[in-house]
Design a protein around this ligand. Structure first.
Ligand code: ATP
Length: 375
């Protein structure tokens, strides 16, 4: 059953359309992450679910109830923001229980609910403290506790971890994944962070200029981006893009020529692509090899000269340029001895390549092609 439905949502702020015909169905118990560049409308969409913004057109339903004109408090949602906004003069226990006090529950009921939530978040020992005596991570836990105690149908998280330092973010990310499993709750989450989106989401919604570009599981978006925008947005480090010319199209796929005359036959299909069309070849840094293909024999090699090597420990990111000056990056295992100015034969496996037409749309993989093994 879909629990949250966004139907043809538009939002216009002072003449500027910031949400454009957004349609998303979120299933019961699903963890859905909204990603997209700054200003693409993620927060506005989240606030529209919460009832903090009214859509200019369209309908929001929660549990099959049309809540489009309903007050936020009547929607059964709880929102956790980037800034925790705790009451400084109240203890942790009072902060968590505050919403319940407003709902006229007895003191015993509130105490029990607060204890239960503190147990889930492992903050029992902090209940008597004031927010000033807490770390950033502890404050964020209290803010999440305030949401859990209300037992909402839907949790809405707007970049809840972005004020935390890197190691605490990783820790809280894992905590939130566990929390989602434990509560089996529907969660909608906005983030700028690739890793958060890829690791937490059941499905990711990629937004751009107020429109949905693609919705899918993290691996679907990674393996089968629908277009250039999604391909360039999902994946870290970013996919490499090279301008290529179409040589010919046959049953084996689309054969393209790179600027150094290397030819590649990418197993994709498209009736509209003809010899001479300009296309964009996309290949991820982790799908390029040095001298050997990644998980299988190489289908082609391109020559490149190393410009910079970034050693990250477990792996290195090698930046190189082709004879025509185009740049690309490839990932290698960390102990490689590659240095700037080295000449490389970069191995490409064509089933791991993507092709995009002049409109930025991905050409579809040939049906008979088996899914290549991932690196
Ligand atoms: P970020 O990642 O930077 O937080 P976002 O994707 O969450 O961005 P929104 O905050 O939803 O984007 O904003 C989308 C667009 O709507 C932006 O151009 C923003 O300036 C505009 N906007 C948001 N709120 C208002 C408002 N209350 N009045 C006018 N314009 C607004």
């Amino acid at each position: 059953m879909s629990q949250v439905q966004l139907e043809h949502i538009d939002k216009v702020f002072g003449g500027q359309q910031v949400l454009d015909d957004v349609e998303i169905d979120i299933n019961n118990g699903e963890f859905v992450v909204f990603v997209g560049p700054s200003g693409c409308g993620k927060t506005t969409l989240m606030r529209t679910i919460a009832g903090l913004e009214q859509p200019s057109a369209g309908r929001v339903t929660i549990n099959d109830r049309d809540v489009t004109r309903q007050h936020p408090a009547e929607r059964g949602v709880a929102m956790v923001f980037q800034s925790y906004a705790l009451y400084p003069h109240m203890t942790v226990a009072q902060n968590i229980g505050f919403g319940l006090r407003l709902s006229n529950k007895s003191k015993a009921e509130i105490d029990q609910a607060v204890q239960e939530v503190a147990g889930i978040l492992q903050i029992e020992s902090l209940l008597a403290r004031k927010p000033a005596a807490l770390s950033g991570g502890q404050r964020q836990r209290v803010a999440i506790g305030r949401a859990i105690v209300r037992d909402p149908d839907v949790f809405l998280f707007d970049e809840p971890l972005s004020n935390l330092d890197a190691s605490l973010r990783v820790q809280m990310r894992v905590e939130l994944i566990k929390l989602h499993r434990r509560l089996e709750a529907t969660m909608v989450y906005v983030t700028h962070d690739q890793t958060e989106a890829m690791t937490m989401a059941d499905r990711i919604v990629v937004l751009n200029n107020g429109q949905v570009e693609q919705i899918g599981t993290p691996l679907t978006l990674y393996r089968h981006p629908r277009n250039y925008f999604v391909a360039s947005f999902i994946g870290s480090p970013k996919m490499n893009f090279l301008s290529v010319d179409c040589e010919h199209v046959d049953d084996a796929g689309v054969t393209v020529r790179l600027a150094d005359d290397t030819q590649l036959t990418v197993p994709v299909d498209d009736n509209d692509v003809q010899a001479g069309s300009e296309l964009t070849l996309g290949v991820r840094p982790e799908h390029l090899g040095i001298n050997e293909g990644v998980n299988g024999p190489a289908d082609a090699y391109i020559s490149a000269q190393v410009t910079v090597v970034e050693h990250l420990g477990s792996e290195s990111l090698v930046h190189a340029h082709l004879a025509n000056g185009m740049e690309l990056a490839l990932k290698t295992s960390g102990h490689d001895t590659i240095e700037a100015d080295d000449n490389l034969h970069i191995a490409i496996r064509t089933p791991l390549c993507h092709l995009f037409n002049g409109n930025g749309e991905a050409l579809k993989p040939l049906e008979k092609q088996a899914e290549p093994a991932e690196a």
